[in-house]
Structure formats: C-alpha cells, structure tokens
Design a protein around this ligand. Sequence first.
Ligand code: ZN
Length: 149
Amino acid sequence: MDNLEDLYQEIILSHNKRPRNEGELTPHNHEAEGYNPLCGDRLKIYVQQDGPKVEAVKFTGEGCAISRASASIMTEAIKGLSGAELEAKIHEVVEMLTAKEEPEVDPFEIGELAALLGVRKFPARVKCATLAWHTLEAALKNENRVSTE
Ligand code: ZN
C-alpha cells in the first residue's frame, strides 16, 4: 500500500510542477474563479464548449500543490465529455473525495484521478482537491465566482 501512496504523491507533485493545460484559453465561452479561503487557493477555469462538448479547458491560478494538481488532472479527465457525461464526472469525483464511506473505485479505470484520493486522510485538504471541480461546475452554469466556504 505504501508504494501506491508514493506513486500518488509523485503524480500530485509532477502535475504541480508541470501542470497540463495551464494558462488562459482563447477563445473560451465559459469561465469562473474559485477561491478556497481555508488554504488560500485561487483558480480560474476556462472552458471552450462546442455545442455540449468540451473542446478545451485550461486553468490559471495560485495555490497549493493539491489544488493545482487537481486542476491539471481535471483538464485532462473532462476533455471531450459533454452533457450528462460531464455532469456525472464532476459529481463522481466530488463524491469520491467527500463521501464518508471509503469509495470503491477501480484505480485503473479512473487513472490519475486516483492520486487525489490521498486527501481523504486530511480533511482540511479535501477542499483543495475539490476546488477545481466546483469552479468548473460554476463555469458551466455561468456563475462566475465560487467559494468553498
Ligand atoms: Zn490548498
């Protein structure tokens, strides 16, 4: 189990150091800013949808390694999704991170998202991991600002 945790740690650190899809997205038709006052994380998520389908998503912002890694992993996990699929993915990840019961997930099926599961042991950090996802949800609903508190 320790090896798996080390691997997850490595995934988080690697995404923090070399985030995928960091920067402003032009053009974009949705954007929102998310703030987690508990930790001081600030993220801005930009989404370009072509019809219901997510064509591209990028993020900017300052925050801890977990918040940035979560945003980076998210930009890869949701690309190409649309409508119900996209909503289900957001719900699934937030649920996986916040549910009281240990989630039953197949690490091979969820890929790098599994690395975020480590925060479940540190309740204060859960909001760092969910911030990007709540901000994405707000962007898609055209709500421009969201705070975890
Ligand atoms: Zn944080």
